[in-house]
Design a protein around this ligand. Structure first.
Ligand SMILES: [Zn+2]
Length: 131
């Protein structure tokens, strides 16, 4: 790609070193710039998703492997369960829609609590260990 497609932003030396360290630890073969860009894009997507669903969905809480979402439109609570598979991967299931592909499941993917549960369970996604 040509230089014109890029612009510079600055991060503190401390942040830069922290990211570099993390990349080295997790054996990720990407540059610090690519990593920062992917995090920013992910974050933008998450907040766009949240603002799309935000008005009628909200996080209530979670039990061991179920995340509860309040759906203000349907005036119901959706329980999205995290199901572990033998190969170490997982799937999500919404008890309200009896579905793996509804707005509640999509919303759960945007919740930091979901990734905490995955981490606690030591689960992996697509064969990648989440650390
Ligand atoms: Zn649902």
């Amino acid at each position: 790609m040509s230089k014109e497609q890029y612009t510079s932003v600055q991060v503190s030396r401390q942040t830069y070193e922290k990211i570099k360290e993390r990349l080295a630890r997790s054996n990720m073969k990407i540059t610090v710039s690519s990593y920062i860009e992917s995090i920013i894009l992910e974050n933008l997507e998450t907040s766009e998703l949240m603002s799309l669903y935000g008005p009628f969905l909200s996080y209530v809480g979670n039990s061991d492997n179920t995340i509860f979402i309040n759906d203000w439109k349907q005036r119901r609570i959706a329980g999205v369960s995290v199901n572990m598979k033998e190969d170490g991967s997982f799937s999500l299931f919404c008890d309200l829609d009896q579905s793996e592909n509804c707005v509640h499941v999509g919303f759960v993917f945007a919740l930091p609590q979901f990734y905490k549960i995955l981490k606690e369970k030591g689960l992996s996604s697509k064969g990648l260990k989440i650390s």
